[in-house]
Design a protein around this ligand. Structure first.
Ligand code: FAD
Length: 456
């Protein structure tokens, strides 16, 4: 994984000052709609592209501060999914209908929702053109388009996923997540194979969470002696943060799960129940694995529409932001939050929560004509569910140093963390984060650290 270490604050501020010239000199607070030759033109103060986790949180914060109709959200979907629930749906612990709300009910009332896709970004002219034929001119732009799932990049995979009874499944898409528990129920023997692709993904813990849940499921059903669990990851290690990797390696050994590192899924031959993997340590060397169940984490990338705007992105297609301020490195009126940003944090909703106050304060500073100075430390968190009643709560920053909130050793499997993940986090997401009130657990962590508990 491409990882840049954080620089110093003064380096960052120098960079900011150098790039500040792109901010508009006059900040419009209007929202007009006029017709041009072919395209309807609209204008707004802040345009948020993407109404998912990060976009919705930003729209809530900014529209509450700036007032009605200053913020436009460009988002084509009817439904807003709480994606962290997909892993639990895969294990049969939640239902798909519990994971989503209507977009209209989630987006803030004070923001204007344009139910269309961004088709093209033109940062030199501060405009975005949309699928409905509009050109939206903005003073400030926040890109929050998340990640695109590229199932079609693996030959045979889409066909396998769409063939009833093929025993190929994936928690990553609402389209396929319901199949995962069905696959589990149907699997009585053979190899249950789990994959992790060779690219940045959202919630890098989820591919192994579903493997641990499956292991627990097969044990509960008395089938585990007949089912081999094989976890094939493209990464060289089980988890990037040593503190949690050590605990997970012990768990894998204790549960008799086979771990193969640097193995990347390249083809699915679903008629023969064969998955083909490339050995990334020996490029060109392929292995065939017969499966009775195959759980696939698809390759992912920034959405094409973002990646295609070369002026806005890094060579890997992510929005080219300063990793501390989340302001664009070239266009100072552009910011990004969440999975589509180039900041080298682990891509999670928890990271977007911690980024949200930073982006908010830095956008507000830019609106006032000041240099943004608020700093994101790379905080991300991953509740690694290890079964039907246990969870390891990994929390860490850009340096891959654990930054644990609770006065407990969070590398241990605990029911309390499982309960929090399953029951409390969805509430926190819908009630607080979507209304702009959740900034991550930093305050809670400070409170616990003042109390100076001994970790056990
Ligand atoms: P998203 O929430 O994905 O939103 C992107 C939005 O942009 C979407 O609404 C999309 O419709 C819109 N969009 C895309 N293209 C365009 C366009 N051209 N024009 C306009 N709008 C567009 N995170 C955790 O913190 N903890 C977990 O336990 C966890 N588990 C997960 C398990 C799974 C299986 C999955 C899939 C994710 C998990 N995550 C978890 C990750 C988390 O859901 C994401 O990191 C988070 O949603 C990212 O927020 P975002 O705003 O960047 O993107």
């Amino acid at each position: 994984m491409n990882r840049r270490l954080p620089g110093t604050i003064s380096q960052c501020q120098r960079l900011l000052l150098a790039t500040h010239n792109h901010a508009p000199t006059a900040f419009s607070s209007r929202f007009l709609s006029t017709s041009s030759v072919n395209r309807e033109r609209q204008e707004c103060q802040v345009l948020v592209v993407g109404g998912g986790t990060g976009g919705c949180a930003m729209a809530a914060k900014l529209s509450s501060r700036l007032g009605s109709d200053k913020v436009v959200v460009l988002e084509p979907e009817d439904k807003h999914y709480y994606q962290p629930m997909f892993t639990l749906i895969g294990g049969g612990m939640k239902r798909l209908d519990q994971s989503h709300r209507q977009m209209a009910d989630v987006l803030p009332k004070k923001a204007k929702w344009v139910k269309e896709k961004a088709l093209e970004f033109d940062p030199d002219n501060n405009t975005v053109s949309t699928s409905g034929g509009k050109t939206i001119k903005y003073d400030f732009l926040i890109i929050a388009t998340g990640l695109q799932l590229n199932y079609e990049k693996i030959p045979g995979l889409v066909e396998a996923l769409e063939t009833p009874g093929s025993n190929v499944c994936s928690i990553y898409s609402p389209k396929y997540v319901d199949q995962v528990y069905e696959c589990l129920r149907r699997t009585t023997k053979g190899n249950a194979v789990f994959t992790f692709p060779n690219c940045p993904i959202k919630c890098a813990g989820a591919p192994q969470k579903i493997a641990y849940i499956s292991d627990h499921y097969f044990r509960k059903m008395g089938r585990r002696d007949n089912v081999n669990i094989i976890y094939n990851t493209s990464l060289p290690v089980i988890f990037g943060v040593k503190h949690y990797a050590e605990a997970l390696m012990k768990l894998i050994k204790r549960r008799n799960i086979t771990l193969n590192v640097q193995r990347n899924l390249v083809e699915v031959r679903h008629g023969d129940n064969i998955a083909v993997f490339e050995d990334l340590a020996n490029p060109g060397v392929h292995y065939e694995e017969t499966y009775s169940m195959l759980h696939v984490t698809p390759p992912m990338s920034a959405p094409d529409v973002v990646a295609n705007c070369k002026k806005l992105v890094t060579p890997t297609g992510f929005v080219d932001v300063d990793q501390m301020t989340l302001q664009h490195n070239k266009y100072s009126n552009v910011f990004s939050i969440g999975d589509s940003a180039s900041s080298p944090n682990s891509k999670t909703a928890a990271a977007a929560a911690a980024q949200s106050p930073v982006v908010f304060r830095n956008v507000m500073a830019a609106i006032e004509g000041k240099a943004p100075t608020d700093i994101y430390d790379g905080y991300s968190s991953c509740p690694i569910v290890t079964g039907y009643s246990s969870c390891i709560l990994a929390e860490f920053d850009y340096n891959l140093t654990p930054v644990e909130t609770f006065p407990l050793d969070q590398s241990k499997e605990r029911y309390s963390m499982f309960f929090m993940k399953k029951e409390l986090m969805p509430l926190l997401y819908w009630k607080l984060m979507m209304n702009g009130y959740w900034n991550g657990p930093a305050l809670m962590r400070k409170m616990f650290s003042v109390l100076k508990f001994n970790k056990k």
